[in-house]
Design a protein around this ligand. Structure first.
Ligand SMILES: [Zn+2]
Length: 81
């Protein structure tokens, strides 16, 4: 299968920068292993499992509470699996 224009495909592909939170956010793979939308923290299935306060916290900005929110959400999801 052709994957289309190489340059465009590369632009869509996030190159890991070593920042766990930014890499997880920009990745197209959720921490559960399913596909997710880049710039979303988790796939929809995971996101919907989160309690409302954790969902709200994930709208924080990087460097302004997002890291703590992501860690809390990740921990919560691990316990749910
Ligand atoms: Zn997921």
């Amino acid at each position: 299968m052709r994957r289309g224009n190489g340059a465009a495909a590369r632009r869509r592909e996030w190159e890991p920068c070593g920042n766990k939170y930014l890499d997880a956010l920009m990745s197209s793979r959720c921490s559960c292993g399913k596909k997710k939308t880049p710039k979303k923290s988790f796939c929809l299935a995971c996101f919907l499992m989160l309690p409302q306060d954790l969902k709200n916290d994930l709208y924080s900005r990087l460097g302004d509470g997002y890291e703590q929110a992501y860690d809390a959400a990740e921990k919560y999801l691990e316990e749910m699996r």
